[in-house]
Write a protein that binds this ligand. Structure first.
Ligand SMILES: [Cu+2]
Length: 223
């Protein structure tokens, strides 16, 4: 049991873990995940307690709960409150990954069977295309404009934020804000054919000045 807990908990850390957040969107998702796990455990314990009480109670000490309290409270009020809170939180954190307001950086993402192309450009007309390799500046609003050259894929950097589908014929935009520098991983999150599982990419989050230095050098070296 202890080994299972250690193995499970250690899987929560690392460069491709949504529960080891390095971005604002991922932090929102990780927080609600822990809240939902805690809520699940609480209600499981509550229901198990009620079940044990029903099985082992002494007939001279009945539970003082009316049917109406159980039906209206547990069947109507409780789900309504829980679902409303989840909805409000979901809309708020979903909004943080929408392109509202001007971004600091824009990157065009094109998904192919089975690799990713990332295109950077600047206002001096310079551009640069990388394959399966992404470099990002820390603390900046980055808009990814996501497209596909063939089938449906899904762009996902678990440590930075939520997923966004790449759908033929349209461009979807996802905003991410990295909050920790380091090496992370991205992965296609929509089954797209034989090599879907290998459709991953490397993500490096740099300090802003390091990023600018990297980008200038990369523009100069670009063919
Ligand atoms: Cu895929």
């Amino acid at each position: 049991m202890a080994l299972l807990v250690i193995l499970t908990a250690s899987a929560c850390q690392g460069p491709v873990s949504a529960l080891d957040p390095a971005g604002q969107g991922a932090a929102d998702i990780a927080w609600i995940t822990w809240v939902m796990i805690a809520g699940t455990l609480f209600f499981m314990a509550l229901m198990t307690g009620l079940w044990l009480h029903a099985v082992y109670r002494r007939s001279d000490r009945p539970l003082k709960l009316s049917n109406t309290t159980v039906l209206v409270g547990g069947g109507l009020v409780l789900p309504l409150v829980v679902i409303t809170l989840l909805l409000v939180y979901g809309i708020r954190s979903g909004h943080s990954m929408l392109p509202i307001g001007a971004p600091d950086l824009e990157i065009r993402v094109t998904a192919y069977q089975w690799f990713w192309e990332f295109e950077y450009s600047d206002d001096q007309g310079r551009s640069l295309t990388l394959v399966d390799e992404l470099h990002l500046p820390l603390g900046q609003r980055i808009d990814f404009h996501i497209d596909t050259a063939d089938v449906i894929h899904s762009f996902w950097i678990p440590a930075l934020g939520g997923k966004m589908d790449a759908i033929p014929g349209r461009t979807n935009t996802l905003r991410l804000v990295p909050t920790r520098a380091g090496q992370f991983g991205g992965q296609c999150a929509e089954f797209c054919g034989a090599r879907h599982a290998h459709m991953h990419f490397a993500v490096t989050v740099h300090e802003p000045e390091d990023f600018q230095r990297w980008l200038d050098t990369a523009f100069e070296d670009a063919p």
